[in-house]
Ligand binder design. Structure first.
Ligand code: AMP
Length: 357
């Protein structure tokens, strides 16, 4: 295992070569690191700004061995990394961050909520569901409406179905493929917030100001940050973030999605053990953005500052919206971040723009 802190010239590996991997790679190269990407898609967005790409599936043992040997530290841009892949990387001699416990917790919605509640981070009431009988009992306990979600592999509102009438339970269970699930009580929230937090190898925690998020069709549309919240709400978010990160002995950046229930009450919806779309505002609102912060944490450097020097509205550009680049490029106070994706499929995240408010 390499000595820490890793000096410039060391090599960082990233599993996943989409826009998050690309922006991580750009931050790492600014600090003098070389980056190698593992992604099954040739010529992926991150590889085009990195030293090299290994083109292979994320569970290919030979590719993981090669990545582990090439890299001093390996990190991820997505959370559904197989546990066996992490083991192979570590066997090949690379440090891996975040660690396997954080990944395991984030990969299963029941384990995630159980962990969160155990460290004092409140969530909606929930029940694990494996059979239709479980679902019927859960509906009786939690009431309706309630949201049925697959335990694993759901994102951006996929693998989820609202149940409004007990008679619809079987159809809802069918709709998610009768897979192991969690039934969640409905949160009647005022708005959706999120907080980006980082923990370094020395145990230091840095928490960014809260962002306020608006979703469209289950996909993030805008984040405005720092959100207009009272200091007690920001303080509560910082307390929750520190408890969640400390409890996992976490290394790196985490995105924590929150429901603002009013009266200073925050519930955690879910956590992502990686840089997060709702943290893109930090690129133009903070001296040290979430991508640099993640790199600093995993290579064992001290964390950077997490305060905001500007208020930002971040807007995702999906599919054809990226064609607005010409207008946006001419707009003062608009900072355009394009991901270099060739194919603007409908709904695909192509770019974002940070407007300095
Ligand atoms: P998720 O995939 O868990 O992030 O959920 C996607 C979106 O569904 C969230 O951003 C919320 O808008 C909504 N949502 C998720 N869980 C709940 C819940 N328990 N109650 C109300 N709305 C929810």
């Amino acid at each position: 295992m390499p000595d820490l802190p890793l000096p410039p010239g060391s090599t960082l590996g990233i599993l996943g070569g989409g826009q998050l991997g690309r922006m991580l790679s750009q931050a790492a190269s600014r600090l003098g690191f070389d980056v190698v990407i593992l992604d099954p898609q040739p010529d992926c967005p991150a590889a085009r700004v990195s030293r090299a790409q290994i083109t292979a599936p994320y569970d290919d043992p030979d590719a993981l061995q090669a990545l582990g040997r090439l890299c001093d530290v390996v990190t991820f841009e997505f959370e559904n990394v197989p546990a066996a892949s992490v083991e192979t990387l570590a066997e090949a001699g690379a440090l891996v961050a975040p660690g396997p416990t954080a990944l395991a917790v984030a990969q299963d919605r029941v384990d995630e909520k159980t962990y969160l509640n155990a460290v004092g981070a409140p969530t909606v009431a929930f029940a694990a569901v494996t059979t239709l009988d479980d679902l019927t009992a859960a509906i009786e306990r939690l009431g309706l409406p309630a949201l049925l979600k697959t335990r694993r592999e759901g994102y951006d509102g996929k693998g989820q179905v609202w149940i409004r009438d007990a008679a619809d339970a079987a159809a809802a269970f069918d709709a998610i493929g009768r897979r192991p699930a969690v039934l969640e009580a409905a949160a009647v929230f005022r708005r959706e917030l999120s907080v980006i937090a980082a923990r370094g190898r020395d145990g230091a925690v840095a928490v960014y100001p809260l962002g306020e998020n608006v979703h469209q069709n289950g996909v993030l549309k805008t984040t405005t940050a720092p959100a207009a919240v009272d200091p007690a709400t920001q303080g509560r978010a910082e307390q929750i973030a520190a408890a969640v990160l400390d409890g996992l002995d976490y290394i790196g950046v985490m995105g924590i999605e929150l429901f603002d229930m009013g009266e200073g009450e925050l519930l955690v919806n879910e956590v992502a053990p990686r840089v997060h779309n709702t943290g893109h505002w930090t690129q133009d609102g903070c001296v040290c953005n979430q991508f640099e912060q993640h790199v600093r944490a995993v290579v064992g450097w001290p964390l950077g500052p997490s305060n905001a020097h500007a208020r930002i509205e971040m807007t995702n550009l999906l599919g054809d919206e990226v064609k607005q680049w010409r207008t946006l490029a001419a707009e003062p106070n608009a900072r355009l971040h394009l991901y270099g994706k060739h194919d603007a499929r409908p709904g695909r995240k192509m770019a974002h723009v940070n407007r300095i408010l």
